[in-house]
Every structure is written in C-alpha cells, then in structure tokens.
Design a protein. Structure first.
Lengths: 278, 74
C-alpha cells in the first residue's frame, strides 16, 4: 500500500535495491560458473533417441529441428482437437479463439485472392499456424524453433511451390498453365520461358532463406547475448529488447510467408483470367 | 495475425522479396547452365546463356515487384 501512495520514491529505491541484489547475485554466480563454462551448454530440452537409425539417420539423438517439429505438430493437433471437440453456436473460449484465428486467415484470403480465396484456407491456415507456433517456440528458453533450421523452411517453401503450381494446373489445365510462362507475344516465348521458369524457381529459395535467416539470426543473437557476459545486463536486454523484438519478428515473418504464398497462389490461379479476356 | 494495416504489410511482404530474389534467380540460372554444360559438354556457352537468363529473370521479378511492368499488380 505504501508503494501506491509514495510511488516515485519507494518504488525507485526498491527497484535499485532489487537490481543491486540481482547484480551481486549474478556476479557471485558468474564467478562460480566461469571456470565451469561447459556446464552452461545444455542439450535441447526435448531429446528423442534415434530410433530411425535403420533409415540412415545419423547420430545418437534425432536432430532437434525434427523433434521440435513433432512438438509443434502435437501442440497444433491437440489444440485443434480440443477446439473442435464440441462445437456450439455460442462458442466457448477455445472455440472463440479458433474462430478469430480462422476468420483472420479467411479475411486475408478474401482480400488477396478474392471470392475463390476461401478454398485455400486449409493450406494457408495450416502453414501459417505451423510457422507461427514454431517461431514463438523459440522464445521459450531451452527450445529452438524448427524454422531456425534450413531443412524445415525448405520443406515449407517447396510445399508452397508445388501447391501453387498444382493449383494453377488444376485451374487452367497443364497446357494453358504452361502458356502463362511464355509471355504475351509468341515470338518472345523462347526468351520468356527460361526467364519465367528461373523466376518461379527463385521463389521457394527466397521464401525459405528469408524465414530461416530471420529465425536463425535471432536465435544466434540471443544465444550470443546470453553467453557473452554473465552480469545482469544480458537478461535485461533479453527481456527488454530481444523478447519483444522476437515476438514481433515471429508474427511478421509468419505474415510475410503466408502473404507471399497467397500472392503466388493468386498469380497462378488468376493470371489466365486476364488473358482470356484479351 | 497482427492488426496492422494489411496493405502496408502486403507491400512489405512483396518488397522484402526483391533482394533475395535477384540473387537467387541469378544463382539458379548459373546452376542450371553449369549443370547443362556438365551434362552436354558444351563447355562455357550454356553457363553464360543461363546466367544471363537468370539475371534477366531477377530483374523481371524486380520490376514486377516494384510495379513497373507486367500483369497482376494491384
């Protein structure tokens, strides 16, 4: 109660005393830990014995990004099952959140692709939720986001690549879809086809590299920051700067990934419309 | 998803591709040309040709993302 009335004075003093105690504790712990630096490098919190060795997977443990991918999958499956177990007209809390999330994805699809956008909701929603959960997982100490490994993001980007091409082929038929690659004028086709082809191949590369680079860089910076010095500062910097920043990055990178997927799908599905009218 | 203005983020999403895409298209063109040269034995020519194609593809994508040419702009 005293802090309520005399907030500036006592609150300020208390904060400084707290910080001082924290700093002294940190120095003490740091002096004790410093010769034992090896003990600080702990393995990931979730380790699964390598039961896939007969498939040629090396190592004693399964790679961390694989196990954390399974963890994210498990979280999403459990949440999905719980959210849709008993659907009611007046939604409960979990169903409410699920409806908000799905409406957000659906609104984006309406905006980007148009009337036929909702048919891509399962794919876009799954990709978005998976990436968002993976990115947010990196903020819990001891967990690394699966998206900080290039293998995961390449798998995601290749899925997007195959999916939007398949959508285009399904919509226009294989020959008409290939015609989009040849440009507007027929005698430019030998020039335009390789250019368009390479341009399309560059899409999964840029998708995967962006997501991987952001997540990996963020993880590296946090790891470096926390292992560089053992005073109270790194934790303050982590709490005050890196944690909000990485929450923001997680959301923005998810958004950019699904946004670009939607742009690609829209391009594959819609381009033919414009040409048919010509 | 965050509640920001969607159009700004949409442009951010598209514009954030151009740097990587320029490099990736060139590298993919080079890789295709190099692979074809290894396969067909036509030593420098296909590498040159497809690298040029890759550079062109990178710039076509660049101009499209910036909105100077091509269809599909909104």
């Amino acid at each position: 109660m005293a802090t309520e009335t005399g907030k500036p004075a006592t609150g300020g003093k208390g904060l400084w005393i707290f910080l001082g105690i924290l700093a002294v504790l940190n120095i003490a712990i740091g002096l004790w830990l410093e010769p034992r630096q090896v003990a600080l490098e702990h393995p990931p919190l979730l380790q699964v014995p390598n039961f896939l060795a007969f498939l040629g997977v090396p190592g004693q443990w399964l790679p961390a990004h694989v196990t954390f991918t399974w963890l994210v999958m498990a979280v999403l499956v459990v949440l999905g099952a719980l959210g849709t177990r008993a659907l009611r007209p007046v939604p409960g809390p979990l169903q409410n959140v699920a409806e908000v999330v799905i409406e957000a994805f659906g609104g984006l699809l309406d905006q980007m692709i148009g009337r036929q956008g909702r048919q891509f909701l399962p794919f876009i929603g799954t990709a978005g939720l998976f990436i968002l959960t993976s990115n947010l997982l990196g903020n819990i100490p001891g967990f690394t986001p699966p998206t900080a490994n290039w293998n995961t993001t390449v798998a995601l980007a290749l899925t997007v690549f195959l999916y939007y091409n398949w959508c285009g082929i399904r919509k226009h038929g294989p020959l008409n879809y290939l015609k989009h690659f040849c440009g507007p004028v027929w005698w430019l086709a030998p020039l335009m086809f390789p250019i368009e082809f390479i341009g399309h191949l560059a899409r999964p590369v840029s998708l995967s590299i962006r997501l991987f680079g952001n997540m990996f860089g963020e993880e590296s910076v946090i790891t470096l920051l926390l292992s560089l010095i053992w005073l109270v500062m790194p934790y303050l910097i982590w709490l005050g700067v890196m944690l909000p920043l990485s929450l923001f990055t997680a959301a923005v990178q998810t958004f950019i990934f699904i946004m670009l997927s939607m742009v690609y799908i829209a391009g594959a599905v819609e381009e033919g419309h414009g040409e048919e009218h010509h | 998803m965050p509640d920001e203005e969607p159009s700004v983020l949409k442009h951010l999403a598209r514009l954030s591709t151009i740097g990587v895409t320029l490099v990736a298209a060139t590298a993919i063109g080079l890789a295709i040309g190099y692979g074809l040269d290894r396969w067909l034995g036509t030593s420098p020519w296909l590498t040159l040709l497809f690298t040029l194609f890759g550079i062109a593809a990178g710039f076509v994508n660049l101009f499209r993302d910036v909105g100077l040419m091509g269809p599909g702009q909104k």
